[in-house]
Design a protein around this ligand. Structure first.
Ligand SMILES: [Ca+2]
Length: 361
């Protein structure tokens, strides 16, 4: 008997299933107000270049439910409202930060509304200006220092050294390489970048989430703060007001030293063709941020407002073959406002180079 029941159960299940699916499709038809973004100026990867005007159309895909108006939002901020087909929006990208921007359209149709979001990635306007760093002069540098940070403080260089058990912060006579003051860090701390702001030296640690603060003249410790986010500490510089920190990604974090518990701004660094990550040692040079790209001989000059890469500096070949034997990567940029020149060194480098920038690749 049981065997004879199966066909009936199966038939019932089929009818129920058909009924359910027909109900669903009717419901969808009744409620549907669908739309699509359309833009033929953006390439398939969703990339737009700085200065481009993005014209975006929202195309209603449901002719039964005409759209009355569309409100556009960019990164959650209301941009404009339009009520004429094909509901176009024009986005001026001049001055927008590099990286991903979310564009949301909220369309209304007779009391109902639907939201849809798309994204585009903004990249630098054009190829960066290319330079080559050429050594003008060289000075002694401690070949035992795993250099992590370099910045002028008056007539001296502040140098930060890394590695667990060997990390330090130093004030050094830049012409002779003579160490005037040195403070060792605890063995559990890996020193990273350093910068001087308002009579204080700020020194990052790698994974210890702590920025150490010293008096700039004596290097006496005067405090510390925890990073506002659980990020790694790589490089640090400042714009005269804010600390600017890298963490090995393409992001730079702006922190007000008077309120270091929050990040005031984040920029993402992009050239005209790609995201530029592994940003390491930093230096503020005449309104631009210069950054080492870790594991390369390359430096990039970054617009601090937008994150666009404006210049590219190749700094390979500074060390001779014998000098390079025990040296590791380039990691140290310092601008001397007195000489108006750039100084470069690296991890375990025996020399500090004063360089000039020649045009070319
Ligand atoms: Ca520096």
């Amino acid at each position: 008997m049981k065997i004879h029941l199966w066909p009936k159960i199966f038939l019932f299940a089929c009818i129920a299933s058909l009924f359910a699916s027909s109900c669903t499709s009717k419901k969808e038809e009744r409620d549907a107000v669908d739309l699509d973004f359309f833009n033929n100026e953006i390439n398939s990867a969703g990339r737009v270049h700085e200065g481009d005007t993005v014209v975006w159309n929202v195309v209603p895909t449901d002719s039964l439910h005409p759209i009355d108006s569309v409100i556009f939002f960019i990164d959650g901020k209301e941009l404009t409202t339009t009520d004429s087909l094909p509901f176009p929006v024009r986005i001026q990208t001049e001055g927008l930060a590099m990286g991903q921007h979310l564009l949301t359209a909220k369309a209304s149709s007779k009391g109902t509304s639907i939201e849809k979001t798309t994204a585009f990635t903004l990249m630098a306007r054009s190829a960066p200006q290319a330079f080559v760093a050429k050594a003008v002069k060289s000075y002694p540098h401690d070949p035992k220092l795993y250099t992590q940070g370099l910045e002028f403080s008056g007539n001296q260089l502040v140098m930060s050294g890394g590695q667990y058990g060997q990390s330090s912060i130093r004030l050094v006579d830049w012409k002779t390489g003579k160490v005037a003051i040195e403070r060792k860090l605890e063995a559990s701390v890996f020193g990273e970048g350093c910068t001087v702001l308002g009579g204080k030296v700020y020194q990052l640690s790698w994974k210890e989430l702590t920025c150490f603060i010293y008096d700039a003249k004596t290097l006496n410790p005067i405090g510390s703060f925890k990073y506002p986010r659980a990020i790694e500490g790589w490089g640090i510089t400042n714009n005269g007001k804010e600390l600017i920190m890298s963490d090995g990604t393409n992001k730079l974090y702006f922190i007000n030293p008077k309120n270091p518990s929050t990040i005031s701004r984040v920029i993402e660094v992009f050239s005209h063709e790609k995201m530029v990550d592994q940003l390491n040692e930093l230096e503020w040079v005449n309104g631009s941020i210069y950054a080492n790209v870790y594991m390369t001989d390359d430096l990039v000059g970054i617009d601090p407002q937008t994150g666009a890469v404006k210049s590219f500096i190749y700094a390979g070949g500074l060390l001779s073959a014998s000098e390079a034997e025990n040296a590791e990567v380039l990691n140290g940029i310092a601008y001397n406002p007195a000489t108006k020149t750039l100084f470069l060194t690296g991890k375990y480098w025996p020399k500090l180079f004063e360089v000039e920038l020649a045009k070319g690749k």
